[in-house]
Design a binder for this molecule. Structure first.
Ligand code: ADP
Ligand code: MG
Length: 357
């Protein structure tokens, strides 16, 4: 018996350290070799903001392929949805004479229809047709940098034109080949998809990652983000910026699985004039920056297109009506911050306030 044991010990002794050494070597190689790195992060400029794509568990080649696809889809959306690019479809629509009939692709129909759906849900607080007004204030065309408030008469003229129609002022027409055409309604209905197209692009971006075989990812573009899967079995951890202190995180969320989150704030693009913060979220009822009292609104829901538009809508609606809209909608959660210090989040919102924030 004893002899047998000794024999076995002798037999196994050199193998154990060898296995240990091999295991160590394996771990070391995995760690050193970037093609087996588990977290990849890429940041590039797109849609006028920094877009960062983090993937977990993909090889370097998979990640590179997925990320390139993400940015090419984002660029594609930008190329037709931006109202600043003269070759874009939205530019073409906005610069056509009133009443022009223009055939449009399904993508544009989807984005504008979703925008109009949120417009109806929010009683007009969100509106995809504020192009003229947004330009008047200089947001999106760089004029805001000069810090000038538009002439009151110009805002009044826009509001007057707006009030002539009960509906949105543009018509959809089915074409003979089954497609869709838009009949343009004039300057009071210039398209501005700035509050919704980024969200749509984020949905396409995440879809591209999934189709390229990457199920675990986080894409962040300014205040919008979309999440899938996990970070190596752990949730993705996301900070929500303090609306009055750039360097501070006000809340954080830990999320696993499919979810989109969008934050709208009055601190992203603004200038000071007349002692007031003139920011980029406009109230279609006044033609001026929203004065609902809310300074930050985060929305969580299943798609980025809805999260994006709803965060803008709730921002304009304010605390009371904003809360009511969130509570009314299935699968929509929100976190609201008022300038008077009041804070609210819906029970299903995935996230915690940071102590002392
Ligand atoms: P960000 O673009 O900074 O993420 P939002 O998603 O809140 O911010 O969208 C703001 C943009 O949407 C503005 O820059 C403008 O182009 C457009 N916009 C402003 N006010 C409204 C509104 N009430 N409804 C729809 N779009 C709006
Ligand atoms: Mg938005």
């Amino acid at each position: 018996m004893k002899g047998g044991l000794v024999m076995r010990d002798l037999h196994f002794k050199p193998i154990v350290p060898l296995l240990l050494l091999l295991a160590f070597l394996g771990f070391w190689l995995l760690w050193k070799n970037p093609s087996h790195q588990e977290l990849h992060a890429t940041t590039r400029l797109a849609m006028g903001t920094l877009v960062s794509v983090s993937t977990w568990g993909a090889t370097e080649a998979e990640d590179e392929n997925g990320v390139n696809w993400v940015f090419s889809r984002i660029k594609e959306v930008e190329s037709w949805a931006s109202k600043q690019i003269p070759s874009s479809l939205v530019y073409k629509i906005n610069h056509s004479p009133k009443g022009t009939l223009l055939e449009v692709p399904e993508e544009l129909v989807t984005v504008v229809h979703t925008g109009l759906e949120i417009r109806n849900l929010s009683g007009g607080a969100f509106d995809p047709g504020l192009g003229y007004l947004v330009d008047l204030w200089g947001f999106g065309n760089g004029v805001a940098e000069e810090g000038k408030i538009p002439e009151t008469q110009k805002i009044a003229a826009w509001l007057e034109e707006r009030n002539k129609h009960h509906d949105f002022g543009i018509q959809w027409v089915k074409t003979a080949n089954g497609g869709m055409a838009i009949q343009w309604g004039g300057f009071a209905y210039e398209l501005d998809l700035g509050g919704i197209a980024k969200g749509y692009a984020m949905d396409l971006a995440m879809e591209s990652l999934k189709l390229s075989g990457i199920p675990n990812a986080l894409i962040v573009a300014g205040g919008d983000m979309i999440i899938a899967g996990s970070k190596g079995g752990k949730p993705w951890r996301i900070g929500i910026q303090h609306p009055r202190d750039h360097n501070k995180v006000m809340a954080f969320a830990e999320i696993t699985g499919d979810m989109a989150m969008s934050t709208s704030g009055d601190y992203e693009r603004f200038f000071m004039a007349n002692g007031e913060r003139q920011h980029h979220i406009l109230d279609p009822k006044t033609g001026k920056p929203s004065r609902s009292g809310l300074i930050s609104v985060s929305i969580q829901t299943s798609t980025s297109i809805k999260a994006d538009a709803l965060s803008t809508a709730v921002f304009v609606l304010g605390m009371k009506e904003g809360k009511a809209l969130i509570e009314k909608l299935d699968g929509v959660e929100g976190m609201l911050v008022h300038e008077n210090g009041e804070r609210w989040k819906s029970p299903g919102f995935k996230g915690q306030w940071l102590e002392g924030s």
